[in-house]
Design a protein around this ligand. Structure first.
Ligand code: FES
Ligand code: FES
Length: 163
């Protein structure tokens, strides 16, 4: 490990400092230094999607993205999408469709769905499958997840569930 260095991270619209080795995975800084624990450690090798966050609007695997690489970029975690009082339409739709079982994969999937809907507000099922192809759910929630994303897309289109 290299010597600890101070980095400035823009997370969920806030500027935060962490002092870590440059090669520290962003996931560790989010969870251990900033207390943002929605993103999870699954595989550590870009194979499961549990750690996904948005970086400058694009999905990124925070298990392999280093703090040095993430510094200065706009990072969004699940905590930045909505609050219990004002959830994001995706969060509402996942609840409405009961698309969560243990929840370990859910943060990464919702973040990936956010990136998808930002790029394509009306995705069909193949587009949703493609966007989630590197997200594993061992609880088997996939069909409910697909329904929830379609539901959020519909409701964001009509504006009914906008936070
Ligand atoms: S923990 Fe990052 S992709 Fe699995
Ligand atoms: S809800 Fe348990 S791994 Fe997806």
């Amino acid at each position: 490990m290299s010597a600890a260095t101070s980095f400035t991270l823009q997370v969920n619209g806030r500027t935060q400092s962490v002092t870590v080795a440059p090669e520290t995975p962003l996931l560790y800084a989010l969870r251990n230094d900033l207390g943002l624990v929605a993103a999870k450690y699954g595989c550590g090798a870009e194979q499961c999607g549990a750690c996904a966050v948005l970086v400058n609007g694009d999905k990124a695997f925070s298990c392999t993205l280093t703090v040095a690489e993430a510094a200065g970029k706009a990072i969004t975690t699940l905590e930045g999408l909505g609050t219990p009082e004002a959830p994001h339409p995706l969060q509402k739709a996942f609840e409405a469709e009961q698309a969560v079982q243990c929840g370990y994969c859910t943060s990464g999937i919702i973040v990936a769905a956010k990136a998808l809907l930002d790029a394509n507000p009306d995705p069909d099922l193949p587009a949703i499958r493609l966007a989630l192809q590197d997200h594993l759910c061992r609880c088997g929630t996939h069909s409910r997840v697909f329904r929830a994303i379609r539901r959020a897309a519909r409701e964001m289109k009509t504006g009914e569930m906008r936070p």
